[in-house]
Design a protein around this ligand. Sequence first.
Ligand code: OXT
Ligand code: ADP
Ligand code: MG
Length: 576
Amino acid sequence: MTIDTQVKELTDGFHLVIDALKLNGISNIYGLPGIPITDLTRMLQAEGMRVISFRHEQNAGNAAAIAGFMTGKPGICLTVSAPGFLNGLTALANATTNCFPMILISGSSEREIVDLQQGDYEEMDQLAIAKPLCKAAFRVLNAEDIGVGIARAIRSAVSGRPGGVYLDLPAKLFGQAMDAAAGKASLIKVVDPAPRQIPAPDAVKRALDLLKDAKKPLILLGKGAAYAQADADIRALVEKSGIPYLPMSMAKGLLPDTHEQSASAARSFVLPEADVVLLIGARLNWLLSQGKGKTWGGKDHKAWGGQKFIQIDISPTEADSNVRIEAPLVGDIGSCVAALLAGMGSNWAKPPIEWTSAVAERKNKNVAKMAETLAKNPTPMNYHSSLSVVRDIIKANPDAMLVNEGANALDFTRSIVDMYKPRKRLDVGTWGVMGIGMGFAVAAAVESGQPVIAIEGDSAFGFSGMEVETICRYNLPVCVVIMNNNGVYRGDEVNVTGGSDPSPLVFVKGARYEKLMEAFGGVGVLATTPAELRHAMEEAIKSRRPTLINAVIDEGAGTESGRITSLNPTSAAKKK
Ligand code: OXT
Ligand code: ADP
Ligand code: MG
């Protein structure tokens, strides 16, 4: 009788998850530990991955989502079951809405108990809940399927239209042991996770024919164009065509905002005037008034303005979602733009001079008007005088990342602060969601290694403010500037009833937000003048120390909802 004395080397679910992620080039994990993933966070770190541990899962999720936007690789968020999972879900839904690739990996309770609803610790059918809020959702029950599960999650997040993916890993999976060699063999390194999608030649020709005949063409660059990382070709297309272009918020900097063809400062002129509009990675959603109505020169709020649209998008169903798309160009932006460039040949005629000079005239007028406003130095500071400082700081530090949220704090920053490089401006995106601030700032610092400037409304900051501790703990070069006007939109509202409660829109007056940063060892500064703000920002950039500047501004300077007052039901009703 022979006894097999050879001891087989084993692996387990924990290590297979880690190995699968590493095999696919993932090196940063954003999350929050607890049952059943505490050991996983320790082991991830022990295996050389960077684990950034947050104070609330929503911020970890936002960090993962924006890491996905910045890098084109799925950002990973790791949460505990039920409540932790739910906290991460808003970020997952927001990522999907914005077409950011991320994977929310959540530990979950025992399937057998959850399915019989027997009251397990943090019991919840997480897969079912996640499904409608993301692009794809998977659960892995057996250790030998971890490789496939992670491969499917990665492909789903980044191929086609990017988005959020949910991966459910029940507690029992982590401890499952299997033969190490078989485990290794079960892992998959995803080949070509976001395959190029080449546009059809007849669709390219149709688009070029339309563009060629245009008298007043316009290019609209969206955050899809920024995400595509086809920067050189996009710039070549804009410059070769000579067509004025308008960047959507997160496409600012794809070409420098100071580019002579930028029509940002003539937005309300070019949209209604244009006859042919080339959309590159931008949806005709609310941010573009659904492609119709008065913004586009329509006679009422629903009427088509007469523009003909060419739309480049990776999603074939995006075309005609709001108005007719004459020339849909379906494919990845890199391939589509390259095909357009090739098709333009060497004799492409620039747009009529009447059009480009009319745009330039309107733009120069607005730029001059803006310069005049920015030069003023009122007391107290207002959005313009403080953001004029931020504008100078970004100009001097074009590699710095800019995170931005709020209402007035968002809208004024977008129009005042020029961006010079692609994917540097990160903001509230398609949902106009508050709470992205500190999560985005952490990931921006971790993924880029560059200084980060976060321009935050005081309300906006409150949604993720506790993460200043995370910023200090990881010693990240983040400078948070709170545009402190004591409230949501304004700080001067009163309770109309005369009662003792404050208005729902205001906060404690004169709040000392800078002390929050000091509490964790960072630098806190109270700035009441542009000179103080400038000095503090310059110091923050130079020292790379976590800094929070409480920029006190006129509490009456803002307007309801910033630039989107008209979307409030009372204003919208008046408009109709
Ligand atoms: O052409 P015209 O003349 O029109 O002028 C335009 C440009 O030509 C010109 N411009 C320039 N001039 C000169 N030089 C240059 N370089 C230049 N560039 C531009 O400037 C104007 C404006 O240009 P812009 O911005 O391009 O054009 P416009 O018309 O504004 O564009 C339209 C839009 C729709 C594309 C644009 O407005 C846009 O992108 N808007 C995004 C708006 C948005 O998403 N807002 C955030 C949501 S608001 C609200 O929802 C808030 N909440 C509720 C809430 C939310 N959101 N989330 C959650 C989870 N809970 C609750 C809350 C609680 S905001 C908020 C907090 C607010 O308070 P804070 O304290 O945080 O903030 P404060 O308001 O500061 O107090
Ligand atoms: P914005 O808010 O800046 O207008 P949107 O989020 O509305 O931008 O639109 C982005 C669009 O870009 C989406 O419709 C998405 O399908 C598309 N997109 C994202 N990545 C790519 C890509 N690599 N190639 C083609 N289209 C893309
Ligand atoms: Mg405010």
